[in-house]
Design a protein around this ligand. Sequence first.
Ligand SMILES: Cc1cc2nc3c(=O)[nH]c(=O)nc-3n(C[C@H](O)[C@H](O)[C@H](O)COP(=O)(O)OP(=O)(O)OC[C@H]3O[C@@H](n4cnc5c(N)ncnc54)[C@H](O)[C@@H]3O)c2cc1C
Length: 212
Amino acid sequence: MIDQAFIAAVRARVGDEGIVSDPLQLLTYECDGLPHLKQTPPLVCLPSSAEQIQEVVRLCHRHDVPFVARGHGSGLSGGAMPIAGGVLIGLARLNRVLDVDIPNRRVTVEPGVTNLEITRQVAPYGFYYAPDPSSQQVCSIGGNVAENSGGAHCLKYGFTVHHVLSVEAVLSNGDLVHLDSSIADASRSWMAFRSSPLKQPCIRTSRRRKRS
Ligand SMILES: Cc1cc2nc3c(=O)[nH]c(=O)nc-3n(C[C@H](O)[C@H](O)[C@H](O)COP(=O)(O)OP(=O)(O)OC[C@H]3O[C@@H](n4cnc5c(N)ncnc54)[C@H](O)[C@@H]3O)c2cc1C
């Protein structure tokens, strides 16, 4: 149950700037892009590191508090809708591109990076990130992975699942797992963990073809 002691414990881990508990501000998080389904969360926390995600999830596990991950809230299926009495873990502050490895066509990002930002990062080298939901300017890679999102390019190049090489995910008890396409059928594994906050997706980029 979320009481003042629980909120204080979360605050101790993510700091004042990582907590939203003001009733007016909480309204921002009551739904995603499916606005006729709403649930105001009692508490939103905005971790700014993978360790903070783990600590908050561990707290939820210990106190039997449900949680839902939220990327940028553009989903159309209510996936980021809060659970009554639970914590909403917003991952928008985890928005750094960690590594751009052009020779191996790999980009490693934090989950709150927008889809289009990947293409911006690799465009100078003649590459782009193929899965292209129409919301690509605003939606996060974490949300893309959880929803297996895609747009027009996917008809030819496949969906998000075909471009994810590995992920690190925090399980519901706070443990961190690394899922890698070389050690498992990652396409099925990460779907099984889809409700856990993804820490560090590593994704594949595609080379732009020159028009003749
Ligand atoms: C105008 C518009 C156009 C769209 N066009 C398309 C389209 O062409 N194709 C398409 O597939 N979708 C489309 N969408 C839907 C949506 O943008 C995508 O599903 C997108 O992937 C959601 O990303 P998000 O960051 O907003 O995720 P959210 O809406 O915040 O969350 C979506 C789901 O992912 C989970 N989640 C989010 N981040 C994480 C994380 N880090 N770890 C674990 N779980 C997480 C949430 O719990 C939720 O279940 C569109 C939406 C809009 C508003």
